[in-house]
Design a protein around this ligand. Structure first.
Ligand SMILES: *Cc1c(COP(=O)(O)O)cnc(C)c1O
Length: 412
């Protein structure tokens, strides 16, 4: 990703001890977990945080006068502040807890239902996950706005020249992921945001795949919205975040109605609560939010720069070793990518490779990775995707290479 980075001594053996699941065997073999782009594993620190919450702090938040409720509220709001600090948001109320990236995107898409018209255009990139495509298609169906696609290049990068041409005063919204989950490409979002702002469009960045590896500074990026899921960053499932600039969050209507999001309710009229509660109807995933904060602590204790540097080493090693296999083709060859390798072996269906690797204890993803337009671009049904995390090792990559060779022998 960045060749100039110094080599940082990385104690992967001691890090692996934090992840109990890595001790497991699968089909009689030690688990080699290479499906990190789908979800990351959880360290003991996060697991213990969940147990500790339910053993000692469980209560509903924000409404209780009793001490337990206040303690739980305090922990939850502290977690929000941790997330705020991590993403460098200007204010804690700009961080909305959601159930994850998908929920965050739908919340924003819903918010624009009454402000877009048939003259308006929204741009979405060809590299998107379905969850950053479908909600916008639904929005366009409802409003009559036009959805236009920023095309990709054979290397799996966005065609920025074409992007500039697509931008016009009709462009109201732009949606791009920070990192592609299917190919690993890191998109030049700072530039993309800057150009969108020049025509007055707002930008939502899908950071689901970037956050486990990069340090997103939402103020420096000048993103209007930035979304992520805890479960891809060593946190639990069912919780995530939406960052929105205050001015936007004030403008957007609430997504769901219910408890917690109101200021005053009468049958004539309800007034909404202030940010962030306006967007947080109902009892939230209290424990999940707190554990999300713990996961951020965990990642920061290791250091995202050290993580990115180590994962780069894994990426370079795996790329080199896999390319030694004849007939193997890697999709997504940008110089700027995270540790994701999407590949196929000539004449073999990705599903068959995945199934055989599973027999060897190696967990990879096969298929379209919720990004069918990318597969259509390459005219393939799908790929085998190995995605690495900082708790993976070169020895595990050797096992993968051996496994692919074995599968190739058995299948061709
Ligand atoms: C995983 C992922 C999503 C969806 O996240 P959920 O946690 O399933 O809501 C969206 N975009 C990208 C780039 C992803 O990697």
């Amino acid at each position: 990703m960045n060749a100039a980075k110094p080599h940082i001594a990385f104690d992967v053996d001691s890090i692996r001890k934090d992840f109990p699941i890595l001790q497991r065997t699968i089909n009689g073999q030690p688990l080699v977990y290479f499906d990190n782009a789908a979800t990351s594993q959880k360290p003991t620190q996060v697991i213990n945080c969940i147990v500790e919450f339910y053993e000692n702090y469980n209560a509903n938040i924000h409404r209780g006068v009793h001490s337990l409720s206040q303690e739980a509220t305090d922990l939850y709001e502290k977690a929000r502040q941790k997330i705020q600090k991590h993403f460098n948001a200007a204010d804690a109320h700009e961080i909305i807890f959601t159930s994850g990236t998908t929920h965050s995107i739908n919340l924003v898409a819903h918010g624009f239902e009454n402000s877009l018209t048939e003259e308006d255009e929204v741009l979405v990139s060809a590299l998107e996950h379905h969850s950053n495509i479908v909600p916008w298609q639904m929005l366009c169906e409802k409003t009559g706005a036009q959805l236009k696609v920023i095309p990709m290049t054979p290397e799996g990068e966005l065609d920025l020249e074409h992007y500039s041409e697509l931008l016009s005063e009709n462009t109201k919204l732009v949606f791009v992921n920070h990192v592609s989950n299917a190919l690993g490409t890191i998109n030049p979002i700072e530039k993309i945001i800057k150009q969108a702002h020049q025509v007055g469009a707002a930008v939502l960045i899908d950071g689901a795949q970037a956050c486990p590896h990069l340090i997103p500074d939402v103020q420096k990026l000048n993103a209007d919205f930035y979304v992520a899921s805890a479960h891809k960053m060593c946190g639990p499932t069912g919780v995530g975040m939406l960052y929105g600039k205050t001015e936007w969050l004030k403008k957007l209507p609430p997504y769901q109605g219910g408890g917690e999001m109101i200021s005053e309710v009468t049958f004539e009229k309800t007034t909404y609560a202030d940010l962030p509660h306006k967007f947080e109807a109902g009892t939230p995933n209290v424990c999940g939010g707190i554990a999300f904060g713990k996961a951020i602590d965990y990642l920061n204790a290791i250091g995202l720069e050290a993580i990115a540097a180590y994962e780069d080493e894994l990426l370079n090693y795996a790329t080199e070793k896999l390319l030694e296999i004849s007939g193997l083709k890697i999709y997504g060859t940008s110089k700027n990518k995270t540790a994701v390798i999407s590949f196929n072996v000539e004449g073999i269906h990705p599903y068959d490779i995945g199934t055989l690797l599973d027999k060897m204890g190696i967990a990879v993803r096969t298929g379209h990775h919720c990004a069918q337009p990318i597969m259509d671009f390459y005219k393939i049904p799908g790929t085998v995707r190995a995605s690495f995390s900082f708790y993976n090792t070169k020895a595990e990559i050797d096992a993968l290479v051996q496994g692919v060779n074995k599968a190739k022998m058995m299948l061709s």
